[in-house]
Ligand binder design. Structure first.
Ligand SMILES: N#Cc1ccccc1Cn1ccc2ccc(-c3cc(N)[nH]n3)cc21
Length: 245
């Protein structure tokens, strides 16, 4: 997978080079390029914003720098490849979910447009739709100052699902949101710590009983913290014992 990120603060995306994403890049599983939008301006002040038509507070990002920036990478998605996916972080987008991360992890080329100010001139997304599949994406019901943090969140959630990125693919199967339930509590050594003991069952070696205990904890936690997730599960996903929670 290739990911191109555009921002007026490219250094915001520097942490992507760390940890798993960095390893995936080194292994050639993933390429992430971060581009400075101001490289696509031509005036002395490298202007990327202007006042909004219709009035109102703040500034809006000009369309031309974005179009020149995006077409510099759209063109590299050769005609034989699938169209790139353009992700536009926005408070007005569809909410990013694990299911969306799974879907996007199958894309060949992701382009992320990190806006600032009051957003990007809407015509950029209209123009982009001729060249890419455009998705406005929100990472939650709160307002950020720009798209960079949202881009980091989405790239990490997507990249870790690319085969070969995460060390142990099994650890992906029982994660929160992966199968509709929150994950179970985890413990490690020492078995007794500051008066708090690891649940006995986890020391028993009885793998069947441990699996049941973990399932029960997932149901209990989901019921307590995110009951709507349980309601959304298909009937066949819960067996008789599960319904006790
Ligand atoms: N647009 C806009 C906008 C509109 C109103 C107020 C502030 C902003 C700032 N902003 C500029 C770019 C941009 C990108 C993503 C978010 C964003 C995503 C989530 N989930 N929250 N906020 C905000 C962004």
């Amino acid at each position: 997978m290739r990911i191109d990120v555009f921002s007026i603060f490219p250094e915001y995306l520097a942490p992507l080079k760390l940890s798993l994403i960095g390893k995936a890049m080194d292994a050639g599983i993933l390429s992430v390029a971060v581009h400075d939008l101001r490289e696509f301006t031509h005036d002395r002040h490298r202007t990327v914003d202007d006042t909004p038509y219709g009035g109102g507070a703040g500034m809006v990002m000009k369309p031309e720098p974005w179009a020149e920036a995006l077409e510099s990478v759209f063109a590299e998605s050769t005609s034989t490849d699938a169209r790139p996916v353009l992700l536009v972080p926005s408070p007005a987008g569809e909410v990013f979910t694990q299911a969306m991360a799974r879907e996007l992890a199958t894309a060949q080329h992701l382009v992320v447009a990190c806006g600032r100010y009051e957003g990007i001139d809407h015509r950029v997304s209209e123009w982009s739709a001729e060249h890419a599949d455009v998705r406005f994406v929100s990472i939650g019901d709160y307002v950020l100052n720009g798209g960079e943090v949202a881009a980091m969140v989405m790239i990490e959630a997507i990249a870790r699902l690319i085969p070969g990125t995460i060390g142990n693919p099994e650890s992906l199967t029982e994660e929160s949101h992966e199968d509709g339930l929150l994950e179970y509590p985890v413990y490690t050594k020492p078995a007794s710590w500051r008066g708090h003991d690891v649940p006995e069952i986890l020391l028993s070696g009885n793998h069947g009983a441990i699996a049941r205990w973990r399932r029960d904890r997932r149901l209990e936690r989901t019921r307590a913290v995110r009951p709507e997730m349980l309601e959304a599960l298909p009937a066949e996903a819960l067996d008789k014992k599960d319904r006790a929670f």
